[in-house]
Design a binder for this molecule. Sequence first.
Ligand SMILES: Nc1ncnc2c1ncn2[C@@H]1O[C@H](COP(=O)(O)OP(=O)(O)OP(=O)(O)O)[C@@H](O)[C@H]1O
Ligand SMILES: [Mg+2]
Length: 308
Amino acid sequence: MAASSSGDPRERVTSVAEVAEGLRAVGYLPGESTALVAYLATRLGKPILVEGPAGVGKTELAKALAAFLGRSLVRLQCYEGLDEAKALYEWNYRKQLLRIQAEADGAGWQQVQDDIFGEEFLLSRPLMTAIASEEPVVLLIDEIDKTDQEFEAMLLELLSDFQISIPELGRVEARTRPVVLLTSNNTRELTEALKRRCLYLWLDYPALEHELEIVKLHAPEIGGGVARKLVEIVAMVRELDLKKPPSIAESIDWARALLLLGADDIDGTTFSQTMSIIVKHRTDLDVVAERVGVKLGLAEGTLGASSA
Ligand SMILES: Nc1ncnc2c1ncn2[C@@H]1O[C@H](COP(=O)(O)OP(=O)(O)OP(=O)(O)O)[C@@H](O)[C@H]1O
Ligand SMILES: [Mg+2]
């Protein structure tokens, strides 16, 4: 494997505390296990599989890690039907055609063929870009659970050998080794083979104090009292049996909205006016209005008014 040696920032990371601090410095407040797993991944050269509910900072972790390590981020957004042509590489047919036309007279087929299957005619997609890069990158394979198992198998090969075989061209070996993060929302169980090759990080909704810190970071002007009440309410809402509990992203949105509205407290009225920022299903709105709204002193008659 041709991982670069001297210039690789991986070698500069020497402790979990350094990773934790580094992530904080770029605006990501990691939990304990996050910093630990990120540290191990950079040192062991193993991919991290990050799972957890929506909006808890999975994608953001990859961005923050790239910023902290001083690497560029190469992102592969997964979706159903994603294939090698979009993930690895593709031949640039148009350019090949042009070359064939240009060489139409004179050149023999063998020569044309040698020409058009050269690197110049390759369109490299994220996975290839990541391993072919001169400078080591952070590779984010986002929402891997959206692809099918065949794609996962292809990925396994890449993650274990760090090379790509192109039938017409031969093997393309990695120039540098990326730090790899895979994220999953758990919509399907990933294969054991994939899990075995990765370090595992489960990101859950954060503890109260942790979320408070995150909210204050993203909405610095918010008053301490409101912010605390906000995260307490969000935690309370998450306790309910909802279709879609609010995520960190929604706590942040709510804080920003309250700021814009100039709210210096979250009373029943403010809550009923703004709860659709954190709760986004009709049935959930009813449950929340009833269970949380009442606690906040929401007048009976206004229950559910915001959800109409
Ligand atoms: N630990 C954290 N420190 C700072 N900001 C955070 C943290 N966790 C989450 N956030 C913020 O929460 C928001 C949502 O994060 P992100 O988009 O990474 O979620 P996700 O887990 O990838 O969600 P999805 O599964 O929906 O893609 C972002 O704006 C991010 O900045
Ligand atoms: Mg994401």
